[in-house]
Design a protein around this ligand. Structure first.
Ligand SMILES: CC(=O)[C@@H](O)[C@H](O)COP(=O)(O)O
Ligand SMILES: NCC(=O)COP(=O)(O)O
Length: 239
């Protein structure tokens, strides 16, 4: 059965809109866990647009499931991770101007820098995942540099506007799952997944954990976080 990691960045986005103290992503993490989340995901961006260093410190002390820290493979972030020791680090590409992550890491192009970051994090006892597009060359490169997991970027699938491109992207995701599994990588997936499109990806099988944020927090605005997490847990586990 697949697991659900709840990304709580957008709770912090609302807090940062006023620069105050609420809503607190630390409280959101506790509620998500009580509703059945298997893990909590946060993206500490270099520009600190949502999650703050204070959140990360408190989450490390309070998260009872698993804490997955998404971050760029920079010196600053590797240092923070080695001090904080999240259960998993997911290395992601980051652009200052983007509204959200626009694609996967180019592992092939940045092999040596990423290999160094992966090695340093693993030496610190942290499990490392690489957020990549469902591209066989990127899957092979992730395996080559010793990543423990890949997180398959599902954003292109989520944005497909006709069945043909959606089916083509699902096929790419399925092939990436098969190849990654064959190479001994653990497989996670995420980005842009919601209450309608999750079934198709979950039904492929072979994905250990889905990281989902925006759609859950959006539903929580109307239905409450407990209901929103429970509904997604059901979809992820019983697709
Ligand atoms: C890496 C990824 O797919 C998402 O977790 C995303 O980067 C979350 O960060 P934002 O909420 O800033 O888009
Ligand atoms: N890595 C994907 C993630 O954590 C959540 O992405 P989204 O559901 O907010 O698009």
């Amino acid at each position: 059965m697949a697991k659900l990691g709840v990304n709580i960045d957008h709770v912090a986005t609302i807090r940062q809109a006023r620069g105050g103290a609420e809503p607190d992503p630390v409280a959101a993490a506790a509620l998500a866990e009580m509703a059945g989340a298997d893990g909590i995901t946060v993206h500490l961006r270099e520009d600190r647009r949502h999650i703050q260093d204070r959140d990360l410190k408190l989450l490390r002390q309070t998260v009872k499931t698993r804490l997955n820290l998404e971050m760029a493979a920079t010196e600053e972030m590797v240092g923070i991770a080695l001090t904080l020791k999240p259960d998993m680090c997911t290395l992601v590409p980051e652009k200052r101007q983007e509204l959200t992550t626009e694609g996967g890491l180019d592992v092939r192009l940045n092999m040596s820098g990423l290999a160094e970051a992966v090695g340093r994090l693993q030496d610190g006892g942290i499990v490392v995942s690489l957020f990549i597009d469902p591209d066989p060359d990127q899957v092979k490169a992730a395996s080559k540099i010793g990543a423990d997991y890949i997180e398959i970027h599902t954003g292109t699938f989520a944005e497909a506007r006709d069945w043909k491109s959606e089916r083509a992207e699902l096929e790419r995701i399925e092939n990436a799952i098969k190849l990654g599994t064959k190479l001994g990588l653990g497989i996670n997936a995420g980005h842009g997944l919601n209450y309608s499109n999750i079934r198709k990806v979950a039904a492929l099988g072979g994905i250990e954990e889905f990281n989902i944020g925006h759609s859950i927090i959006s539903r929580a605005v109307f239905a409450g976080l407990d209901r929103a997490v429970r509904d997604m847990v059901d979809l992820v586990k019983y697709a």
